[in-house]
Write a protein that binds this ligand. Structure first.
Ligand code: ADP
Length: 398
């Protein structure tokens, strides 16, 4: 069955058409600047060059329409008609406490996602726009919602509750939810398979290190803790997000700079992280590393703060699970940056973790980067959220 995977943001939309039998990508692409002048579709059929089309996309409906036209085009299309799309899997960021797994979309589910809008005001409304536009253009095609939060719904209370008055949880559902769940689930499963072990017997820490970054503790296949919280701002120092800070620091900054709440949150989300720490140099580790190598002290500090925070979370999750069998690195930085992986693991030597430099230099494949005698297996597992969404979708529509 061909499954269309849609990841709809406020002004962009990523898609992949996946053949679920072979798990191969037939075509993929991205609509940019939806609702803004200069919108375009970048479309890549498998094994062929990328094509770019300048198409007016005042709303998401036009964007999805442009995607469907490209997929069925006589020249560069990969299917003859839309009847060859068996199902659509939508990435949805926040499922609140209601969804601990993916679901088939219907009016009730849409209403429930809408109820989570205030928990993810930047993401859920955009996801819903994509869902509704798709339903209009492909009536009758089964569709699913695959939630970023679902995998972490197995966290115990002691992990997800904040030390706030309990009624904040009861009245407003203020708690840790966690994100990147599709990736943490996919990578933890692959880690066990790759090591030839049963996930039910394992304690795994997954480090999803991209521009957005989070860590999870996966005990016997279930997420028992994760670094992101009510929103994706908590936890690690990220590309431009600050991660954990003393909440009082925010009030202090607001007073000093005469900022309102929205402005402080903007500072935390967009001007902080390694970008902010490096004095606005870059949020990309490739830039930071080359600057650090040329003697830029701020860039080096940014990398050090990032690695130290990851290390602290790994340490705390080893404590949370009373041990660890495997640590997996994934996402843009986790998959590509051997220097960062090595720096993070250096302080884990007391646990008998040792990194094999030759293995750690490999790229673009699943690889064991710890030495054969390392007491804990350290692996790099490329994540594939689209494939995970396609698999979930197939399970639901079969
Ligand atoms: P997201 O999906 O959160 O936008 P990605 O998982 O695509 O992020 O990761 C993007 C980040 O990965 C970049 O900002 C960069 O810091 C890092 N990255 C990607 N490739 C490399 C590389 N070759 N070396 C070092 N860092 C890299």
């Amino acid at each position: 069955m061909n499954i269309l995977v849609i990841n709809c943001g406020s002004s962009s939309l990523k898609f992949q058409l996946i053949d679920s039998d072979s798990e191969s990508v037939l075509a993929k692409g991205l609509c940019e600047r939806i609702g803004i002048d200069g919108s375009r579709l970048v479309y890549q059929p498998a094994g062929k060059d990328k094509l770019t089309f300048e198409i007016p996309m005042p709303t998401h409906k036009q964007a999805i329409s442009a995607v469907l036209d490209a997929l069925t085009d006589k020249g560069h299309g990969v299917i003859e008609s839309l009847s060859e799309v068996g199902a659509v899997g939508h990435r949805v960021v926040h499922g609140g406490e209601k969804y601990a797994s993916s679901v088939l979309l219907n009016d009730d589910v849409i209403a429930a996602i809408e109820e989570c809008n205030d928990l993810a005001p930047l993401h859920n409304p955009a996801n819903l726009i994509g869902i509704r536009a798709c339903m209009e253009l492909m009536p009758g095609t089964p569709m699913t919602a695959v939630f970023d939060t679902a995998f972490h719904q197995t966290m115990p209370k002691e992990a997800y509750l904040y030390g706030l008055p309990y009624r904040m949880y009861e009245d407003y559902k203020v708690r840790k939810y966690g994100f990147h769940g599709t990736s943490h689930s996919f990578v933890s499963k692959r880690t066990a398979e790759f090591l030839g072990k049963n996930i039910e017997d394992m304690k795994i820490i997954v480090c999803h290190l991209g521009n957005g970054a989070s860590i999870s503790a996966v005990l016997h296949g279930k997420s028992v803790d994760t670094s992101m919280g009510l929103t994706p701002l908590e936890g690690l120092v990220m590309g431009t997000r600050c991660g954990d800070v003393d909440p009082s620091a925010l009030e202090f900054i607001a007073k000093k700079e005469d900022l309102n709440f929205a402005q402080v949150m903007n500072l935390c989300n967009k001007e902080s992280g390694v970008y902010g720490l490096s004095g606005g140099l870059s949020s990309d580790f490739r830039d930071l590393e080359s600057a650090a190598n040329e003697g830029n002290a701020a860039a080096k500090t940014a990398i050090d703060v990032f690695c130290y925070r990851v290390l602290k979370y790994i340490g705390s999750y080893i404590a949370a699970m009373n041990g660890v069998d495997a640590i997996a690195f994934t996402a843009g930085l986790g998959e590509n940056d051997g220097a960062v992986r090595k720096q993070i693991c250096a302080n884990l030597a007391y646990m008998g973790i040792a990194i094999d430099d030759a293995q750690n230099a490999k790229r673009g494949e699943e690889v064991l980067i710890s030495t054969p005698d390392s007491k804990v297996a350290v692996v790099v597992i490329p994540t594939n959220e689209e494939l995970a969404i396609a698999r979930e979708t197939l399970k639901l529509v079969k």
